[in-house]
Design a protein around this ligand. Structure first.
Ligand code: S3P
Length: 442
């Protein structure tokens, strides 16, 4: 348990958040499948990404950590063995709490000559895997939910000949898209994944940098696709991981809510498929300035945020729906808190995916925001928040979900009285130093 008191000082100065989780996972996976050495700086050493490292080590990949002599910067070196270099793991691959590890790695395992099994913690064992089993089966893979409930443990049969498919994904999910594309590296024809809206495209951008023949397309109606032509050899490379905008979101929110704050968050990834939170907050009048924009591969910038009383963009209403949802899916708990203290009505639609994240984030956000005095109503695919409430401290139940713990810790900074977070240790999933950074800055 940890207690949070209202912030007594404005948040000022500058802070650097840890590396992007999605890019960190992929840098290990693609580095393992590439020929030669991949050197990663800015890697996120959190529980989720360490699960990815453990799994690839269990398949014979050497992954080492060292420090760069001239500046002491940690470097992760992956000694890749090429697309066909993985070896059979001795036991079930354990992915902990990580949906990204589970789903992306299953795509890779589907193309291997050996049998494998994969499972994770109690939360992972309830998360839907039929969404990857269906397309992988269409590709000729044999992936079975061992308990027959569409969840892990999964058993993956080796030695299957995979075919490229054109898959119309019913959900905009980067984990589903990436799983199929990674299996596509082992297929005999092109693999095309269509999605209802473009989900984060780190797999496409990074695989291309590693040497794969892959691209994104968007048609005149806005439908998105990713197209992979197999056959290329991946080559090891240097990856410099930017700060995670999903982690930056907590400090953006804290600076917006605590009076007189003026905070710079350095080196944050601002890939447009991830940066929806900035657009929504700017629509609500937030003072957020992008400085030192670096437009190389996965773009990044420093974010300068000033305390702002948030209002509704359009007659006091902010609607977050449709194509915006995948660009800010992980930030919705934090946005809900901001909606509650803003002067507007915030309507979130098309976000049913929230129910199958690390917790049921529609139910858990509603439970905790209400406990703090927020006015929120759940809907089938989101929630409606009537802002203008002064929040008060409460007992927060995280349900083991790191993003709930961090969102409501930040809410506690702007609330009256003490907020208790029942289980603060779950932040180790994506941001182990979160509470230390929060204490330092507030
Ligand atoms: C991720 C994709 C998203 C996101 C998750 C990380 C990724 O999940 O919520 O935190 O790295 O591909 P979905 O693909 O299930 O939407």
């Amino acid at each position: 348990m940890i207690t949070i008191e209202p912030a007594r000082h404005p948040l000022t100065g500058s802070i650097q958040v840890p590396g992007d989780k999605s890019i960190s996972h992929r840098s290990i996976m693609f580095g393992a499948l590439a020929e030669g050495r991949t050197e990663i700086t800015g890697f996120l050493s959190s529980a989720d990404c360490l699960s990815t490292i453990d799994c690839f080590r269990a398949m014979g990949i050497r992954i080492e950590q060292s420090t760069r002599p001239f500046d002491g910067e940690p470097v992760i070196t992956v000694r890749g063995k090429g697309l066909h270099g993985l070896t059979e793991p001795e036991s079930t691959l354990y992915t902990g709490n990580s949906g990204t590890t589970t789903r992306l790695m299953t795509g890779i395992l589907a193309g291997q000559p050996f049998d494998s099994r994969i499972t994770g913690d109690a939360s992972i064992e309830t998360r839907p895997m039929a969404r990857i089993i269906t397309p992988l089966t269409q590709m000729g893979a044999e992936v079975v939910s061992v308990r027959g409930n569409g969840c892990t443990p999964l058993a993956v049969k080796g030695g299957k000949k995979l075919h490229g498919i054109s898959y119309h994904s019913p959900i905009a999910s980067a984990q589903v898209k990436s799983c199929i594309l990674l299996a596509g590296l082992y297929a005999d024809q092109d693999t095309v994944v269509y999605e209802p809206a473009l989900s984060r495209n780190h797999t496409e951008l990074m695989l291309r940098s590693f040497g794969a023949d892959i691209r994104n397309e968007t048609d005149v109606y806005g439908a998105a696709s990713a197209i992979l032509h197999p056959g290329a050899t991946l080559q090891g490379m240097k990856v410099d991981v930017p700060g995670d905008i999903s982690s930056a979101a907590y400090f953006i929110a804290a600076a917006l809510m605590v009076p007189d704050s003026a905070l710079t968050i350095r080196n944050v990834g601002i890939n447009p498929t991830r940066a929806g939170i900035l657009a929504v907050l700017q629509q609500m009048g937030a003072e957020i300035e992008l400085q030192n924009v670096d437009d190389t591969s996965d773009p990044r910038a420093d974010l300068f945020v000033r305390h702002t009383r948030l209002g509704g963009g359009n007659q006091g209403r902010v609607e977050i729906s449709g194509r915006m949802i995948p660009t800010l899916i992980d930030e919705l708990p934090m946005l809900a808190v901001l909606g509650a203290v803003s002067d507007c009505e915030m309507i979130v639609r098309d976000a049913a995916e929230l129910k199958v994240k690390e917790s049921d984030r529609i139910a858990v956000v509603c439970e905790n925001l209400r406990a703090m005095g927020g006015d929120i109503t759940p809907t089938e695919d989101g929630f409606v928040i009537r802002g203008g409430r002064a929040l008060h401290g409460a007992n927060i139940r995280t349900h083991g979900d790191h993003r709930i713990a961090m969102s409501f810790a930040v809410a506690g900074l702007a609330a009256q009285g003490t907020t208790c977070i029942d289980d603060e240790t779950c932040v180790s999933i994506s941001y182990p130093e979160f509470f230390r950074s929060l204490m330092q800055i507030s």
